[in-house]
Design a protein around this ligand. Structure first.
Ligand SMILES: O=C(O)CCC(=O)C(=O)O
Ligand SMILES: [Fe+2]
Length: 324
């Protein structure tokens, strides 16, 4: 069999004999030698990478559709659709796929949600702050006036339609429609009384206090919960969630720096916690708790899958934040 070099010499002779390069190039063997034996993908790496990127995007879209059908992405869609949301892949969507696995030793002894009061900062830090024990602190809102002040009308006066505060919040603060047909704080404060009362649709939304003036106004009515030591208070952002009975957040896992607390100001909310799949058979598969006005729930939403549902007849209003 001729070597590549011998074949190249033969080709040169052929050219000298007046056989054109086009004629030679029609031969498969000539083309193979010209490419130095390289396969198509070795000769066209850029085309290959571009193809892979297209394929990856198509898979991501299919995955999105599939998970959407499973009801995992209620919070995902509107955030993509809303023009002011900067984050294309919110934590709810990527969290389940990129989170570190839970050490099942951390949940194997957690069998129920603890109801506690008169908690001290020392005890909280030592025994609960970084564990997987969800707690309900029954006297968590001691000294606050938020439960008497926060209402739909209060939020409407805090962010008056057309105000700079509202414009800023709409542009810069995150908004969670939770599957409601409502995509901005602007729409929220402009609802008709009929819609507020749930006669049009059952709405449930959340937003962050990232606008400074309103954040300060809101904070006149609550403080960092008394049982949280100062060293755990790094979060600048607090979250409000408000909505009608029957609604809530679908099952998800968080992607935040630490634990979360959420103060139930009015209405009642049921929380369901589920073991992450890696701890099936080791940790309690499901725990539920009903949080009432005046209480604060503390949870590690990064390690427990969780969902919520507003119960009773009253509008649920909560404020919450993270600690780490
Ligand atoms: O309050 C809710 O409905 C959901 C809140 C939540 O998932 C969270 O704070 O991590
Ligand atoms: Fe969550």
């Amino acid at each position: 069999m001729a070597t590549v070099d011998q074949f190249k010499t033969l080709l040169k002779h052929a050219e000298d004999l007046g056989i054109s390069w086009e004629q030679l190039n029609r031969l498969k063997s000539v083309r193979a030698i010209q490419n130095d034996g390289k396969k198509w993908h070795q000769r066209n790496p850029k085309v290959l990478y571009a193809g892979l990127v297209v394929l990856f995007s198509i898979s991501l879209t299919s995955l999105y559709r599939l998970t959407d059908r499973w009801g995992m992405l209620e919070a995902f869609k509107p955030r993509i659709l809303h023009p002011y949301n900067k984050c294309l892949l919110p934590s709810e969507a990527v969290g389940p796929f990129v989170r570190p696995p839970v050490d099942c030793n951390d949940c194997k002894d957690v069998t129920e949600i603890l109801y506690l009061k008169n908690m001290t900062q020392e005890l909280f830090l030592e025994k609960y702050a970084h564990t997987m024990h969800p707690l309900v602190i029954q006297d968590g809102q001691k000294g606050w006036t938020a439960s008497k002040t926060f209402s739909y009308e209060y939020f409407k006066t805090l962010y008056p339609p057309g105000s700079e505060a509202l414009r800023y919040a709409v542009r810069h603060c995150q908004f969670f429609p939770y599957g409601s047909e409502m995509y901005s704080l602007d729409e929220f404060v402009s609802m008709s009384q009929n819609r507020v009362e749930g006669n049009e649709d059952r709405w449930y939304i959340g937003w962050s206090n990232c606008e400074g003036f309103t954040a300060n106004e809101l904070r006149k009515h609550y403080t960092m919960p008394y049982f949280l030591p100062l060293e755990l208070d790094h979060s600048k952002t607090d979250w409000m969630f408000i909505g009608l009975p029957g609604r809530g957040a679908s099952m998800h896992i968080d992607f935040v720096p630490g634990g979360s607390w959420q103060a139930q100001l009015s209405g009642e909310k049921e929380w369901t916690f589920e073991t992450p799949p890696e701890c099936y058979g080791i940790c309690t598969s499901k725990m539920m708790v009903r949080v009432k006005p005046g209480e604060i729930i503390v949870l590690d939403g990064n390690r427990w899958f969780h969902k919520t549902r507003i119960l009773g007849n009253d509008l649920s209003i909560v404020i919450g934040s993270e600690y780490y």
